[in-house]
Design a protein around this ligand. Structure first.
Ligand code: PHE
Length: 472
């Protein structure tokens, strides 16, 4: 039985699916996915990722959403209702969006900057050092971050149905049209080093040799890395374990078919990731060299692509700005969901007024995000993170704490709570409460009790540096 008491809600299933897809589709899909797919040679990574989405990802996503709808509450209150002794998990989960918002809006600001610069100073964006000069400058990143944050806060301020749902209903279909359009254009184009079609075929064709060592034996280290990378990508990409999907779930009406909605959200998310790869990999293949993706690492969107757009000539001048507009849309719907997870919980726990809470959260986030921006200049430092990566600034460290530590730990505990303490039937009842069928029920039980916790432990161990020997 649903104990829903909240006034705010999505108008129906489509509004909910688009808002949740808006949260899921973000920089993880457009930026991180193509980089990872290219690191593992495309095809094989795509297959592994898809299998994980339909099993592991689906279980985590449906758990969060069902907890939200059944309790009718955001993270802090929801876990208390699931089991009174597990209230601490609500607080831990709530901490994640509070940390992420402070740096997600900074990256959102970078995207806005590129969107503007790809129109006003097109040639300059492809010049060496443009990106680093921008992010290390003192004023500009703060200004763009504040604009991005203001748009985010405005949508949240307008409420669930009039703000988030309405915004997602326009933005998500537009994003889909743009990404399909750009992918088709890129695949049909011809550059100096090849055709987009060849790049696309390279991207989708599984090549078993990618998983072999130079001497022809199976490369266990690479397979292990592929699995770990695919899992952590999925985790981030579906926005699970950070209270967001619990909050959104709490706004879903009791008659909505959760099993079907989750299917649509995961398909949307995976499709956008696939399409992003169909843009980035063929474009870089045809106009530059695939090595560039590995070399520029996370800078692929800001470093390698502007180069590609410049190589495309006049077409690049049109495609470039549309591409960054699309990325901005994706990032905005994600940051809206992060802020909503904080505001929704704040309103509920402290019985605050929604609009005032939105303003207060925006102001506090702005202050914290200014500090994150300054982490690239006056407050910069360098430390080594347990994963082996260098934490060169506040953003890397905050990302490590939230994504590599708090999220898998929170998720592991959620699996234990649902799988072993209250039992999976607690979730199954909610999904079937409105007479709908739970199509992957058996799979769900196995996943939440055994497979997902095991995978979480692997991810936590990786974050603590236990598998660093794999990279040598
Ligand atoms: N899921 C989003 C993506 O794929 C990112 C995100 C992270 C959204 C954290 C909300 C919170 O990029």
């Amino acid at each position: 039985m649903s104990t829903q008491t909240k006034k705010s809600s999505f108008s129906g299933s489509i509004g909910f699916v688009l808002a949740a897809a808006g949260s899921a589709v973000g920089l993880g899909n457009l930026w991180r996915f193509p980089t990872l797919a290219s690191k593992y040679g495309g095809g094989l990574f795509l297959i592994v990722y898809l299998i994980l989405v339909l099993t592991f990802g689906f279980s985590l996503l449906i758990t969060d959403i069902a907890i939200g709808r059944r309790t009718g509450k955001s993270s802090i209150e929801a876990y208390k209702l699931v089991s009174p002794k597990w209230g601490f998990l609500g607080k831990l989960t709530f901490a994640v969006p509070c940390i992420i918002i402070t740096y997600y809006v900074v990256i959102g600001g970078w995207i806005l900057k590129y969107m503007v610069a790809s129109v006003t100073e097109f040639a300059a964006t492809s010049s060496d050092g443009y990106f680093v000069n921008f992010i290390t400058s003192k004023v500009s990143p703060i200004v763009f971050m504040l604009v991005f944050l203001a748009i985010t806060a405005f949508v949240v301020y307008c409420g669930v149905e009039k703000g988030i749902e309405k915004f997602s209903k326009y933005i998500m279909p537009a994003l889909l049209v743009m990404i399909i359009g750009i992918a088709v254009f890129v695949i049909c184009s011809k550059g100096e080093s090849g055709t987009g079609l060849d790049g696309f075929l390279k991207y989708i064709t599984p090549n078993i040799n990618d998983l072999k060592t130079a001497s022809g034996t199976v490369d266990v280290v690479k397979i292990m890395n592929l699995l770990l990378d695919a899992m952590s990508q999925l985790f981030f990409s579906l926005s699970v374990a950070m209270g967001i999907m619990i909050t959104y779930g709490s706004y879903v009406k009791p008659d909505v078919d959760l099993s079907k909605s989750v299917k649509q959200i995961e398909i949307f998310d995976a499709a956008v990731a696939f399409l992003a790869g169909s843009i980035v990999i063929p474009a870089v293949y045809a106009f530059s060299s695939l090595d560039e993706i590995a070399k520029s690492g996370p800078g692929v969107i800001f470093v390698a692509l502007p180069d590609v757009f410049a190589e495309m000539g006049i077409a690049g001048k049109i495609i470039g700005p549309i591409f960054f507009l699309m990325v901005a849309f994706a990032a905005l719907t994600s940051s809206v969901s992060i802020m909503e997870a904080i505001v929704g919980a704040g309103v509920e726990t402290f019985k605050l007024n929604r609009k005032k809470t939105a303003l207060a959260v925006a102001l506090i986030s702005a202050g914290a995000a200014v500090i994150v921006c300054l982490g690239y200049n006056v407050l910069s430092f360098g430390i080594n993170l347990p994963t082996g990566a260098t934490g060169q600034n506040l953003l890397d460290v905050l990302d490590y704490i939230s994504n590599n530590l708090l999220m898998p730990i929170g998720s592991l505990l959620t699996c234990v709570l649902i799988g072993w303490v209250v039992k999976p039937q607690w979730i199954i009842d909610e999904i079937e409460s409105s007479g709908h069928k739970f199509s992957r029920k058996k799979l769900y039980v196995v996943m939440i009790k055994y497979v997902a916790p095991f995978m979480m432990i692997l991810l936590i161990l990786q974050s603590l540096g236990a598998f660093r020997f794999l990279s040598t």
